[in-house]
Design a protein around this ligand. Structure first.
Ligand SMILES: Cc1ncc(COP(=O)(O)O)c(C=O)c1O
Length: 416
């Protein structure tokens, strides 16, 4: 019987399959070329105009154009799933997705695995790094459960230990980069092998100084620096070149605005040699010995993978610095309003250089959880209530396309 690959290479079906997918991709790139570059406006998205969406940190929303590309890829797939699921027309486009993700982080495509989310990358590490008794994994209380629990879950199985220290969130006002670095470095002990921290944490939105922290940790004897980029990838500029970072894991369903359940993980070439894959399926030819062995889990959602590429291309139309300026504008507007109020308190960093598009505001004398419920029930405003070391507040994460009017509507709703 003719194998799928041969069938594709020879038959007229091969040409038709290639043409169908190429057509779907071309359609997207043509439409993208017709949209003006720069930050997209609200009408580029599918968000319900009745909802004031200030929670891009929990989950992003996909641009209309990218959503339409996704539907086209799905449609091509469904015309002949057997033919498309494992066949060649998807190979090169998938590698293009890897190249785009690599460009976004300033690394080589051979160092990027296409995963499902950030949590998966930390599970890969906790299962596969050469760690055992006498080795310690270190992180602060700002670390997200998805980057923490894989370690605590595997520690009793593999014999390594985990230590979490409290980050002084109550001292964030006026804190400098040097102080953030020092708070981490002083926790390192001779047995600390792995240090984990978020680039931007999900509670108060502290932008950790990645390179200074990674280099400092390495100089103090840490072997692996693993950064959680769930909140930062495509929110703020990321450049891992010569940063000292060994792993950078991201969840493009947040700020890349890709389909839900798409992840990317930078795994430095030198680390790949020491990382035992968490799972294997086919041992696909060409996967073993490459970064693809860390994404070898059998059948996967190929249309979603290609749509990640479309989402990355969409984001590439906005220069990272331009996008960051839009985030800063929202940050400044909101901070000014908070500081002018006697009932609100800013709980996040006060310097933009240590901040991001995610920040927390305390409503004094009120439970943030009840306020968030009321904002949703009565005003269709989506924010996330958070609590850490006695700080309780509303976490706001507007995006570059959040209109100033939505910020105003949030404060009106809060006043009410
Ligand atoms: C900082 C941070 N890390 C990790 C995660 C987990 O992301 P995922 O569920 O996509 O793995 C999140 C999700 O909100 C997050 O904010």
């Amino acid at each position: 019987m003719t194998g799928r690959r041969e069938f594709l290479k020879t038959g007229t079906a091969a040409a038709a399959a290639l043409a169908a997918l190429a057509g779907a991709r071309e359609h997207f790139f043509q439409a993208l070329a017709e949209t003006p570059p720069g930050p997209a406006t609200a009408d580029a998205y599918l968000l319900d105009p009745g909802v004031n969406y200030l929670n891009h940190g929990s989950i992003g929303t996909i641009p209309r154009l990218v959503h339409e590309a996704h539907i086209r890829y799905l449609r091509v797939m469904e015309t002949n799933p057997w033919l498309y699921m494992w066949s060649e027309p998807w190979t090169e486009p998938t590698e293009e997705v890897r190249r785009r993700a690599a460009d976004l982080m300033g690394v080589a495509p051979g160092e990027v695995a296409l995963t499902h989310n950030t949590t998966e990358a930390f599970n890969l590490l906790a299962h596969g790094l050469p760690l055992g008794p006498g080795d310690e994994v270190l992180y602060s209380s700002l670390n997200h459960p998805g980057a923490s629990h894989p370690w605590t879950h595997m520690a009793p199985v593999r014999g390594f230990s985990v230590r979490r220290f409290d980050f002084p969130v109550e001292e964030l006002a006026g804190m400098s980069e040097e102080e953030v670095v020092e708070i981490h470095l002083r926790e390192i002990r001779p047995e600390t092998r792995v240090m984990v921290f978020p680039h931007v944490d999900n509670l108060v939105g502290l932008r950790h100084p990645v390179a200074a922290l990674a280099r400092g940790a390495k100089a103090a004897g840490v072997e692996v620096v693993a950064v959680d980029g769930a909140q930062s990838l495509s929110m703020i500029p990321v450049d891992l070149r010569d940063s000292g970072v060994d792993v950078y894991a991201g969840s493009p369903h947040k700020w890349v605005q890709a389909p839900k359940g798409m992840g990317v993980a930078y795994l430095a070439a030198h680390l790949q040699e020491r990382l035992h894959p968490m799972w294997v399926s086919s041992g696909r030819p060409g996967a073993v010995g490459t970064v693809r062995q860390f994404e070898d889990y059998g059948t996967r959602n190929r249309p979603a993978v290609l749509t990640l590429g479309s989402a990355l291309a969409f984001q590439e139309r906005m220069r990272p610095t331009v996008k960051e300026a839009a985030h800063r504008d929202r940050w400044e507007r909101i901070r000014e309003r908070v500081e002018a109020s006697s009932r609100l308190r800013w709980c996040s960093p006060t310097e933009w250089e240590l901040s991001a598009a995610l920040y927390t505001v305390e409503v004094q004398g009120r439970s943030a959880f009840q306020v968030a419920d009321a904002l949703w029930d009565q005003h269709q405003v989506t924010v996330r209530p958070i609590r850490i070391h006695g700080v309780e507040g509303l976490r706001l994460s507007p995006n570059h396309h959040t209109a100033p009017a939505e910020v105003e509507a949030f404060f009106r709703a809060l006043g009410a």
